[in-house]
Design a protein around this ligand. Structure first.
Ligand SMILES: Nc1nc2c(c(=O)[nH]1)N[C@H]1C(S)=C(S)[C@@H](COP(=O)(O)OP(=O)(O)OC[C@H]3O[C@@H](n4cnc5c(N)ncnc54)[C@H](O)[C@@H]3O)O[C@H]1N2
Ligand code: MOO
Ligand SMILES: [Mg+2]
Length: 408
């Protein structure tokens, strides 16, 4: 059976990220949050824009104050007060200083700031009680960034820091990648909506809602196509619509070997290239991956945990890579101590859901309580990690290290 690693390689090799020229949207600073920058940003401003003071104090000439101490303070004449936002009018000459505040422009002639705690102000004179370092507390023009260089590279998600940088650079129309469009539907004769009355044998289509939430969390747009009966005609119609109206299609159910599991046949009928129909993992074994000329298709297994585990392991990084995130679209794994005993039959790469708990600042994995059955979605609540036992590993004892995938 195909290993998880090989399945991942096949999938990610088929993900062609959004195009830097054609897949753009222009957004403003307030709507840019969590969008992906599509083109590199270059500013024509230096940061800082001009030499400025890092402290409230006095702008001085270093050579005037280089022998100052508490017993022999240097006394300078204050010729100007420079608050932030004010353009200094005077040049500081020998024996002179300017009163200055944090962020204000350094006046001509001055080369050093003495913080006010090391001074005493008396009328228009300042007593300097300590010798500063030359250039101390001056933030020089261009120290942080020089105009014309790359300020932000394409492919990064715009979080608070990046939005602050764009605002500071006065760049308020921002070119981001459009959101990928992900179609979702559920297949199964037994499925009803949360609003419908349950008849014997029926269950609620919870996968559609879970997947919609995860797709949104991954930064994509959701196209909800509802519940489709285990009926080849209805499924063909839905899949055909989905592949023509989205970049990525997620179905859940109908991918195993049962008589009513039609998905793979319909994909083949519609001309898909089916890359695999099973992966050596549990839960999630019947995961199906296929490609059409303009869309990627994931046939997720119907069991609620299997659908989510395969989403976290394969679909989330696919959406991120497709969105243009680069670098950093890959799934992130941590090595942590396991608090619980973790078991597997050793035949499949096994994903065990649970929590990463902080213990004295160190993460520990704790398996969820109750039944680890891929049909049991109840104990998925508040889980935030999947511990992974590789093929061949049957036991991880408490205190032993395990690999985990962070989720949510
Ligand atoms: N003979 C075999 N039977 C099964 C195998 C196998 O290898 N040989 N694999 C099992 C595994 S593993 C899984 S996982 C499931 C996958 O099944 P399907 O993807 O075909 O899904 P269904 O048969 O349609 O449903 C399975 C299960 O999940 C429930 N379900 C389906 N859709 C939803 C939904 N939208 N929301 C909530 N729950 C859903 C469904 O009622 C079933 O209980 O196959 C095993 N069988
Ligand atoms: O391995 Mo299936 O995906 O659990 O029930
Ligand atoms: Mg089935």
């Amino acid at each position: 059976m195909l290993s998880v690693k090989d399945a991942e390689t096949i999938i990610f090799n088929h993900v062609q990220p959004l195009n830097q020229e054609h897949d753009l949207e222009i957004v403003d600073l307030l709507t840019a949050f969590h969008r992906i920058l599509a083109t590199p940003v270059i500013s024509s401003l230096d940061f800082p824009h001009w030499d400025n003071s890092a402290m409230d104090g006095f702008a001085v000439r270093y050579e005037d104050v280089q022998n100052s101490n508490a017993e022999n303070p240097t006394i300078l004449e204050i010729v100007e007060e420079i608050p932030a936002g004010y353009q200094p009018q005077n040049t500081i000459k020998k024996g002179q200083a300017a009163r200055i505040f944090t962020g204000a422009i350094i006046p001509k002639g001055a080369d050093t700031i003495v913080m006010q705690e090391k001074t005493k102000l008396q009328e228009n004179q300042v007593f300097i009680f300590a010798t500063p370092q030359p250039q101390e507390f001056i933030r020089h023009q261009g120290d942080f960034y020089q105009a014309g260089k790359e300020l932000l590279p394409a492919g990064i998600p715009l979080n608070a820091a990046e939005i602050a940088i764009l605002a500071a650079a006065q760049l308020s129309t921002i070119s981001v990648f459009r959101r990928p469009r992900v179609a979702i539907f559920s297949s199964g004769d037994e499925l009803v909506t949360p609003e419908q009355t349950l008849k014997p044998g029926q269950i609620v289509d919870s996968n559609q809602y879970a997947l919609a939430a995860l797709v949104k969390e991954s930064g994509a747009e959701v196209l909800m196509l509802g519940i489709v009966k285990d009926n080849p005609t209805a499924l063909t119609e839905t899949i055909n619509y989905a592949i023509n109206n989205s970049d990525i299609v997620l179905s859940s159910g109908g991918v195993s070997v049962g008589d009513y599991d039609y998905i793979a046949n319909i994909l083949a009928y519609l001309g898909a290239e089916i890359h695999f129909r099973a992966v050596q993992m549990r839960p999630g074994k019947p995961l199906t991956f296929a490609t059409f000329p303009n869309s990627l298709y994931f046939g997720l297994p119907g069991n609620p945990v299997s659908a989510l585990v395969t989403f976290w392991r394969f679909v989330e990084p696919t959406i991120k890579k497709f969105s243009g995130i680069n670098p950093g679209w890959e799934a992130k794994f941590l090595k942590v101590k396991s608090h619980s005993e973790l078991k597997s039959n050793g035949k499949m790469e096994t994903y065990i859901w649970g929590k990463l708990n902080l213990n004295d600042g160190i993460y520990e994995f704790q398996q969820t309580s109750g039944n680890l059955n891929s049909g049991n979605l109840i104990n998925l609540s508040q889980t935030n990690a999947l511990a992974i036992l590789p093929v061949g590993k049957t036991l991880i004892s408490p205190g032993e290290e395990t690999l985990v995938l962070r989720i949510g």
